[in-house]
Design a protein around this ligand. Structure first.
Ligand SMILES: Cc1ncc(C[n+]2csc(CCOP(=O)(O)OP(=O)(O)O)c2C)c(N)n1
Ligand SMILES: [Mg+2]
Length: 534
């Protein structure tokens, strides 16, 4: 069979059902093979900045490998920002990069470029189909690497002349190495670490999601009577935010984070590679610390871990549950989520905090994708979502959320997907709206129109003398009804609470056609938790 057929059938045998991509001439043989076999769906994105987050969002929402196809050097270049995000958040992604026909490489054809170098800066490994003899092995090796923890993007460069070559190889499932649970003595050490503490805190990251370990983690928290915090910028909610043990997201600043954790005498990090913070402040985490997770490149936030083991997170937490239960009587988990009163309704206006609150109430069972700028901390304050049902970029790189939500909606077509996106963030890859409509999703996209880069103004209040004119996005006022129209979406707007309630009452928790709901906000009204932002 041709190498392209071998590639496709190997993906099929390993459970892949869709490839997101923006193809070119060099990918025609792959798209052709997809259409002919009719098993893997090739989902067209209108740009690479949309294709990569779509594949990433779909992978996270379905807890499975994402596959994305990018066109040679400029396509890979366009996708690199989002590949960076997938790498930081640790999403398993196989990135099929179209190469250039090697028979004319010596002429420096257009679209040629240093693909290995480019992909190597944002992927955990890069493989290439080099000859007829190693093609099958490299396909399998790239796939195996993508399915091996710690997850991240893995590139496979596919020159079109090689995709057309005949090889004699049988597609098969690949066996990725798995992590094992803790050695018995190590498990006891961890159990002693936890039971020896008066007020331990559990700090969870993406590894919990990928190992499907949120229920076990919740059990551990309940046995210990300990809260679970989501580590700053965790890309997928690791434990149900409706659970009494859920204590919220940690803020991405060491100062604020130290304050939040001050009452704890032991910190148990479950997953992650370290604490992702943004603006500098001195770390102050004198507590004893232990870590368990998938990635041995983890760094301790301050001082040293007492214990650190690479292990299967779900299995290890299950072991700890048994041991800790034997060692300690069940304690009651007191909720550490601080209640915050809603601000009063402003006359004739929509308060961003009240809007976020009511949306969360009405779409409790949805998959939420949040890139709501300064409102993010409000979303986290009130969300009562299931584990795995709240996604953020995880890297700080905006322009991911809208397209990732489209990928999530394509992957989870029975679930309601709600994306809450700032007006600035909504415009980096908005062409993903076309892919949503083309694939028949029924999403709700809420755009928070404050006509500002408000987050940057908030930062400028700390880093400069105050808000800056450059962060003002008017004139012209961006008319989101035009964006909805462009891609065949329904459009609704609300600038008062009454209008928002009317929309939500009519929807009754289920959106029947892709709808862009524009919330027209007064930029002077700040989200009530805005000060938690940095
Ligand atoms: C890829 C990328 N480019 C630029 C930025 C810098 N940045 C951070 S917040 C922000 C503005 C977000 O604006 P909006 O989505 O309207 O939310 P708001 O701050 O108004 O709540 C920008 C440009 C970034 N984080 N990532
Ligand atoms: Mg804005």
């Amino acid at each position: 069979m041709k190498v392209s057929e071998f590639l496709l059938q190997t993906l099929e045998k390993n459970g892949v059902i869709r490839i997101f991509g923006n193809p070119g001439t060099t990918e025609i043989s792959l798209v052709n093979a997809c259409e002919k076999r009719g098993k893997i769906q090739y989902i067209i994105a209108l740009s690479e900045v949309a294709a990569v987050p779509m594949a990433d969002g779909c992978a996270r929402a379905t807890r499975s490998l994402g596959v994305v196809n990018l066109h040679v050097a400029p396509g890979l270049g366009n996708g690199m920002g989002a590949l960076y995000t997938a790498a930081i958040a640790g999403t398993p992604l196989l990135v099929l990069v179209g190469g250039q026909d090697r028979r004319l490489l010596h002429t420096r054809p257009v679209l040629w470029g240093p693909l290995e170098k480019m992909a190597g800066s944002v992927c955990k490994a890069v493989y290439s189909l080099d000859t007829r003899h190693d093609a099958a092995a490299n396909v399998k090796q790239a796939l195996r690497a993508a399915l091996t923890l710690p997850y991240g993007p893995v590139a496979l460069i596919c020159p079109p002349d090689l995709l057309e070559r005949e090889i004699d190889a049988a597609p098969a499932t690949v066996v990725a190495p798995r992590l094992s649970t803790l050695a018995e003595e190590d498990a006891r050490r961890y159990a002693r670490f936890l039971t020896g503490a008066k007020h331990p805190a559990l700090i969870a990251a993406e590894d919990v999601h990928w190992s499907d370990g949120s229920a076990e983690l919740e059990t551990l928290a309940n046995i210990l009577g300990a809260p679970v915090y989501a580590a700053p910028y965790t890309g997928v909610l690791p434990v149900a935010s409706s659970a009494p043990c859920y204590a919220g997201y940690l803020p991405p600043s060491m100062k604020q984070l130290s304050d939040r954790l001050a009452a704890h005498d032991a910190l148990f990090f479950i997953g992650g590679r370290g604490l992702r913070t943004t603006l500098y402040s001195e770390p102050k985490l004198p507590q004893k610390k232990a870590w368990i997770g998938n990635d041995s490149s983890v760094i301790s936030p301050e001082g040293e871990f007492e214990l650190a083991r690479v292990a299967d997170v779900r299995g290890a937490v299950q072991q700890l549950n048994i041991l800790v239960r034997e060692m300690r009587k069940k304690r009651k988990t007191a909720s550490l989520r601080r209640g915050i009163p809603l601000p009063p309704a402003p006359k004739g206006k929509l308060h961003p905090s009240r809007a976020v609150h009511v949306l969360l109430e009405r779409f409790r069972d949805a998959v939420w994708v949040d890139e709501s700028g300064l409102s993010t901390s409000d979303v986290r304050q009130w969300m009562e979502l299931n584990a795995g049902c709240y996604l953020i970029n995880g890297s700080g790189g905006i322009g991911w959320g809208l397209a990732a939500a489209v990928g999530a909606a394509i992957g989870q077509n029975k679930r309601q997907v709600v994306a809450v996106i700032g007006d600035g963030s909504a415009l980096y890859a908005s062409e993903a709206l076309w892919s949503a409509e083309h694939n028949g999703t029924k999403m709700l996209l809420v755009v928070l129109s404050n006509r500002r880069y408000t987050t940057l103004n908030e930062a400028a209040t700390r880093l400069a003398e105050g808000p800056l004119e450059a962060f003002n996005l008017e004139p012209p006022v961006i008319d989101f009804s035009g964006l909805a129209k462009l891609y065949g979406w329904r459009y609704a707007q609300a600038s008062t609470e009454k209008e928002l309630d009317a929309f939500l009452d009519a929807a009754r928790g289920k959106i029947k056609a892709n709808t862009l709901l524009e919330l027209k906000l007064d930029p002077a009204l700040k989200p009530v938790t805005a000060s938690r932002h940095f």
